[in-house]
Write a protein that binds this ligand. Sequence first.
Ligand SMILES: [Zn+2]
Length: 217
Amino acid sequence: MLRAHQQRAFDHLIVVVPGELWPAIDVSLHADLRACVTGHLVLDLERASPEEITRVVAPVIEHAEHARERRLLRKLRDALGSGVLAIAGVDAVLNSLEQRRVGTLLVADGAQLAAGRCPRCGRVSGSREHHCSLDRSMLAPVDAVQYAIERAHRQRADVVVVSHESAELRQRGSIAALLRRRESSDHPIAQPIPSDGEQPDRRGAAIPVLRHPVTTR
Ligand SMILES: [Zn+2]
């Protein structure tokens, strides 16, 4: 199970155990797996069908996702209130992605937001700008949500599509981000920054795996 988690990280791990086996399983779990345990259920599902298992597990996941969204939105509200480490709205999010400062990207489920991509330098700006601020080229329309999600993934940011508690996020422009501290030393990309492939001026420094040492010419 650990190998599967390392290949593709689990969002949730729910342990279903018959009887009172949970404490024994809990202590034997690898720390990485324990960190993603969403809950455990005392049930005997050894002979259950996949449909029965899904029916039992789905409410646990839904409850956890509600709680996670509430926790993130509270964090966003507090950070926006104090004016640091969070931004909201498509223009601010695009700017923060360009500066590689997004730690967690929050997008309201189903949000449709427009932006414009410069055909010359590749810069993506908010839809209200019609020309690139760097070279005055005419911007071509792009799907801002898809672009922001892809770019956040490439920067190893968390991406959360808020589907249960989205009303507040919609009021803030349907997209927002919790930011990384600039001076953070615990984040591998806070120091010399490898390109995420979108910045022509940094292509010489492209390193696909962020944890590796960065080499530049
Ligand atoms: Zn441009």
